[in-house]
Design a binder for this molecule. Structure first.
Ligand SMILES: [Zn+2]
Length: 468
């Protein structure tokens, strides 16, 4: 076995920190030619990144005084770190024992701290990710790994059934899988080349989402819950949905780039949501302003946000509060166990007697089976669903009109339960009243109560949560 040392070309910094006074290492004139760091560690590169960070923050500032730094280094650089390690045990630079990633982070951390005016920490809700790219050797690196580990990099292994192009680079995960098996003998087959140009880089700031929970009431019969209304005939007016009326105000207030409106169930566009409202939670992503909802400030801030939202017509929200992610995620858990109360204003073609109402009522509690309703068949899977009707009370208004108050298991299709949906819901209210399916129908429907403790309450006497 040859004991000849693989010749390498390093930048001045890598010579000092990695190779030390070992022989067979040449110093390059341009730092990007460094076969180990690709010039990423060069002061001019760090300054260039720092200036870009400063520029971005001036354009769109975040009111955070700290940040976490994450570097996404080229995969080729990780590979070279491993190879150099195997090939040159004679290296004795000052940081030769320090992992490459740590060396990079250290190089950037302090400088970026001063450029950004923010403190680099290990725990912040703001993350700065810098992605460096230098793809000149990607394909030859992949070929090297393919020939060293044919079983791990079988050509076409993943693409046999798809028409995707063959891969031109190796992923970090793939490299990680074989790292332990790259020995000196394999490493010797690698041909080190210097990059011919500088790395490129991109920045991405990402802030932990803020979750705001509350309940909404809807007083209009032509306001959809979301702009992605399933009702094709519904007029689409930008801003005219419950989710937009709530989210737009929040997004603006906290400079969020995006939001997600999650609710406990949904009502049709022509159904009002009354009582204490339907539980919801808004996930606000990448907020630029969170100071007003940090500490205990959120209580006051959200009170005023609530007022702003409620100044719009057709909706009212209440109980707006900030919740941690774990609680926000509980909103949709156990959906089937929830109960909902409805009030339906109905019309019957034939007059209905008190005896008929009493007979229907005597069947409660009642289990019904609903086949997927005709009106949603196109977009929902066809299946039979069992649902429970827990209570049913009638108020006769005249021979042809009555109100029925229902308490049902969440997920019951109320309109279909009333008119029978061509026999697809059984038994239906029409059946229970001994009239034909379709002879009783809903004129107006309201949701009166969604049975869920929301927003989740802290135990009595506990102080409110403080948010970071
Ligand atoms: Zn270097």
């Amino acid at each position: 076995m040859s004991s000849e040392k693989t010749p390498l070309v390093f930048c001045e910094l890598c010579v000092r920190q990695i190779s030390g006074d070992a022989e067979n290492v040449t110093t390059c004139s341009e730092s990007f030619e460094c076969q180990l760091c690709f010039g990423i560690m060069d002061q001019s590169m760090i300054d260039e990144v720092g200036e870009k960070v400063q520029e971005e923050l001036q354009k769109l500032p975040y009111d955070s005084n700290s940040f976490i730094l994450a570097l996404n280094l080229p995969v080729g650089q990780t590979l070279r770190e491993i190879l150099v390690n195997r090939l040159r045990p004679d290296f004795n630079g000052t940081l030769v024992q320090v992992p490459h990633k740590v060396r990079n982070i250290d190089g950037y951390l302090k400088k970026l701290g001063s450029y950004s005016g923010k403190r680099p920490t290990l725990s912040s809700d703001l993350q700065l990710m810098i992605t460096f790219e230098q793809d000149e050797s990607d394909f030859t690196d992949l070929q090297f790994l393919q020939s060293a580990f044919p079983n791990d990099f079988r050509v076409g292994k993943r693409n046999r059934y798809s028409h995707q192009e063959a891969p031109t680079s190796c992923s970090k995960q793939q490299l990680q899988q074989v790292t332990g098996r790259i020995n000196e003998q394999i490493a010797r087959k690698y041909v080190f080349k210097s990059p011919t140009r500088k790395c490129t880089f991109s920045l991405q700031f990402e802030r932990d989402p803020v979750f705001v929970a509350g309940r909404y009431c809807k007083y209009s019969r032509c306001l959809p819950q979301s702009p992605w209304s399933e009702d094709k005939d519904a007029p689409r007016e930008p801003g005219n949905s419950v989710s937009e009326k709530v989210c737009d105000v929040l997004k603006k207030q906290f400079g969020a780039s995006d939001s997600r409106f999650v609710t406990s169930g949904r009502e049709d566009i022509d159904v009002r949501m009354l009582g204490n409202g339907r539980p919801f939670v808004v996930e606000l992503r990448n907020c630029r302003i969170t100071l007003p909802v940090r500490g205990l400030n959120y209580l006051e801030t959200l009170k005023s946000v609530e007022e702003t939202i409620n100044a719009q017509k057709d909706i009212k929200i209440n109980s707006l509060t900030r919740v941690p992610r774990e609680l926000a995620e509980k909103l949709c858990v156990g959906e089937e166990d929830k109960r909902k109360q409805y009030c339906a204003y109905c019309y019957s073609i034939l007059p209905i007697s008190d005896e008929q109402f009493a007979a229907a009522r005597s069947k409660i509690p009642l289990t019904i089976v609903q086949k997927t309703p005709v009106r949603v068949m196109k977009r929902r899977a066809l299946l039979d669903r069992e649902r429970t009707i827990f209570s049913m009370d009638f108020l006769k208004l005249d021979d042809h009109h009555f109100e029925v108050r229902l308490e049902t298991q969440a997920g019951t299709y109320i309109k279909e339960f009333v008119h029978g949906d061509f026999g697809r819901t059984r038994p239906s209210l029409a059946e229970l009243l001994h009239v034909e399916n379709g002879e009783v129908d809903i004129l107006e429907l309201d949701v009166e109560k969604v049975d869920l403790e929301w927003p989740p309450k802290l135990k009595e006497g506990q102080p409110p949560v403080k948010f970071r």
